[in-house]
Design a protein around this ligand. Structure first.
Ligand SMILES: O=C(O)C(=O)CO
Length: 302
């Protein structure tokens, strides 16, 4: 029980957050996870139903203390406000929302097309009110496709220059863009940013507190492996983690990554941020959702 909080879920339920559907029931009490693992909408839909707040409530009942949502900027203002209010009452932290969803494949930070670069800056301006509305402090930025016409060093310079412009937009609001290297071997061929040292070089050159790395352990296992040493090497520029096992991109324990050791390393190094569960469930239905919860119990750091 050391360093863990004991959550009286009944208190949150009585605060009136929860729409009472038959599929949702608050347990008497639950031990909160030590690490701020963040599920996403849909992950517990068989157990909790389709309603967004019911899903948050179900996750809180299981001891989760955070959430993330790549689709947030496309949700209605009413849903954004409802989710934010529920999370506040459930004492859950909002993790990343996606800053550039919908335009990330069309536009690249690496290219030199002035019009496309202005579109990115405008997209950042547009997402600021969404982030504030849902109490998100971190936003995923995917740097898009590489530009085969340009040597990589010019692309890197272009990305650094554009990121500085984006920092000018988000930094006054206390927001952090986290740049996510994506693997090109399995999921995202042709991306400009795949390697953690490259992300580190870019963040160092941008030199702003609003531009950090999103180290997705799943993507980096595929791209470069050697996870713990590579995390240590770029530690001071990492702003956020996501996870998923490999192969398959499902919950911890379904693949080759020793998540117990990796998460213990993050905790021992003092990481107290969110770890986004950006993966699917290995099995369907309620049993599959319970398997996800059990998997995280078994890798939560001591
Ligand atoms: O698109 C992906 O694979 C991502 O990890 C985005 O966050």
């Amino acid at each position: 029980m050391k360093r863990r909080e004991f959550l009286q879920v009944a208190a949150a339920a009585s605060a009136g957050v929860v729409a009472t559907t038959p599929s949702v029931h608050a347990s008497e009490s639950v031990t909160r996870f030590r690490m701020a693992f963040a599920p996403h909408f849909g992950m517990f839909a068989s157990s909790a139903g389709d309603d967004l707040v019911d899903q948050l409530k179900f996750a809180a009942d299981q001891g989760f203390t955070a959430w993330e949502d790549n689709l947030m900027r496309d949700r209605s203002v009413a849903d954004q406000e409802r989710v934010a209010a529920a999370m506040q009452q459930l004492d859950m932290k909002m993790g990343v929302i996606s800053a550039l969803r919908g335009i990330k494949k069309a536009v690249s930070f690496a290219g030199d097309n002035a019009k496309e670069r202005d579109i990115i800056v405008q997209a950042l301006r547009d997402v600021v009110p969404v982030a504030k509305r849902v109490n998100a402090t971190h936003m995923t930025v995917v740097c898009g496709l590489s530009d085969p016409k340009l040597p990589r060093d010019y692309q890197t310079a272009n990305a650094i220059d554009l990121l500085k412009r984006c920092c000018d937009v988000v930094e006054p609001h206390g927001l952090v863009m986290v740049l996510e290297p994506l693997n090109s071997k399995k999921n995202h061929p042709g991306m400009f940013l795949s390697e953690s040292p490259h992300a580190y070089q870019i963040c160092k050159a941008v030199g702003r507190p609003s531009c950090k790395i999103l180290f997705d352990i799943y993507h980096q296992q595929i791209t470069e492996g050697n996870l713990i040493p590579n995390i240590d090497l770029c530690w001071d520029e990492i702003g956020y983690f996501q996870c998923g096992d490999n192969p398959g991109r499902k919950e911890p324990g379904t693949g080759e990554i020793h998540y117990g050791n990796v998460f213990q390393h993050l905790a021992d190094a003092g990481y107290d941020g969110i770890v986004g569960m950006e993966h699917g469930n290995s099995k369907p239905g309620v049993a599959g959702e319970q398997a996800v919860i059990d998997a995280y119990r078994s890798v939560d750091p001591a």
